[in-house]
Design a protein around this ligand. Structure first.
Ligand SMILES: Cc1cc2nc3c(=O)[nH]c(=O)nc-3n(C[C@H](O)[C@H](O)[C@H](O)COP(=O)(O)O)c2cc1C
Length: 354
């Protein structure tokens, strides 16, 4: 395992965690309902070094819930992939770990950052940050049975100013966590206000294992700046990658200090969106795929002219053919107005789930 790096200049090395190499050190962050396997595959092709699945309940796995197992499935081409588990009962961990490994996990991540009320009330997600004993027991139950590295994903405390996350992370490291991901906002902040990267630097100082920094990396230069300023071993990107799976290639160029390729134009972006829809349809069937694609389509047109009109029409599409025709019409409309893309501000991303 490679240790944390010190902040400085130079091209960042790939991150090694156990037998897993994350190259480039750029990670697609887990997003519930979004980072499903078709999208993860696009992000890997787009340049991510590791992609994360949405959180899956260990209780669901213990109850043989079909949906939980379906959520765990992976595609051959997307490795390395991290599958994220959430729950609070250490005794359910070994079975969940076995299911995740069976599904193809190269890394298993434990969610300790989700503040959705239902998850929190069950003692899982961010509630574990208030229960260091329980959090350590859960981590050691996973790390003790897993053959792949186990990581944990934390918030920078429960409330702003709460520094308990540092001691907690040390404890989880002792319990077997092979790396720690930190979303540099306190749980009470949700997604509001800017992420404070000094929390990442502090964890890098405090831990032996690699730290993966997360929060507000939007543009290619942000990834480079986060590594330089905090000394983190890898950067995790969530919202800025939604509807922009190619962003990782652009960020990788920035990390190498090379010229950053420009954003694809509207036709390029919507070509990727259509490919996404086709992959999803092959995977889960056309009807479900078209339903799932709605939220993605909203993101693919972020910053394009008349995106609002496109989004409302995309909500009514129920077939691949319909989507293809809609995209063709929209591109023709854009060409005729010559009103081409403009900004891809992450602020337009609607964060629905904390
Ligand atoms: C729609 C959505 C769903 C999310 N789902 C998860 C999840 O399942 N597990 C998790 O650990 N974090 C989840 N997150 C948090 C992200 O992984 C990430 O920590 C957060 O968005 C900050 O990173 P960013 O600024 O790059 O978006 C989710 C975020 C969003 C916007």
């Amino acid at each position: 395992m490679s240790g944390p790096r010190t902040a400085g200049e130079g091209v960042p090395r790939p991150l090694r965690i156990g037998a897993v190499t994350i190259d480039p050190p750029l990670v697609l962050g887990p997003m519930a309902g979004t980072t499903k396997r078709a999208y993860r595959l696009l992000c890997r092709r787009g340049g991510a070094g590791l992609v994360s699945g949405e959180m899956v309940s260990i209780n669901g796995i213990a109850h043989g819930n079909e949906r939980s197992f379906e959520m765990l499935r992976t595609f051959d081409g997307e490795h390395p992939v991290s599958l994220q588990l959430f729950g609070s009962s250490p005794e359910l961990m070994p079975e969940a770990v076995a299911a995740a490994e069976e599904a193809g996990a190269d890394v298993i991540d434990i969610n300790m950052g989700c503040s959705v009320a239902k998850v929190r009330r069950s003692g899982a997600g961010v509630a574990l940050m208030a229960e260091p004993e329980g959090a350590a027991a859960l981590t050691s139950a996973a790390a003790g049975t897993a053959t792949v590295p186990v990581t944990v994903k934390l918030r920078a405390g429960l409330t702003a100013g709460d520094e308990g996350y540092i001691e907690l992370a040390q404890r989880l490291q002792d319990a077997g966590a092979a790396a720690v991901v930190i979303h540099a906002r306190a749980a009470s902040q949700g997604f509001g206000g800017p992420a404070d990267w000094t929390h990442i630097s502090r964890l890098v100082e405090a831990l032996e294992v690699p730290v993966i920094g997360n929060g507000d990396v939007t543009e290619p230069e942000d990834a480079r700046r986060m590594m330089r300023e905090t000394g983190c071993a890898a950067v995790m990107v969530a919202r800025a990658a939604w509807g922009r799976p190619w962003v990782f290639g652009r960020m990788a160029a920035a990390l190498r200090g090379e010229a950053v390729p420009s954003e694809p134009d509207a036709a390029g972006r919507l070509g990727v969106a259509l490919l996404h829809a086709q992959m999803l349809a092959r995977d889960v069937g056309e009807r479900i795929a078209m339903h799932q694609m709605r939220a993605h389509m909203h993101q693919y047109v972020r910053g394009l002219a008349n995106a609002r009109g496109f989004r409302s029409r995309a909500n009514d599409v129920s077939t691949l053919d319909g989507l293809r025709r809609l995209i063709e019409r929209y591109l023709a409309e854009l060409r005729s107005t010559e009103d081409e893309p403009i900004s891809h501000a992450a602020s337009e991303t609607q964060a629905k789930t904390p």
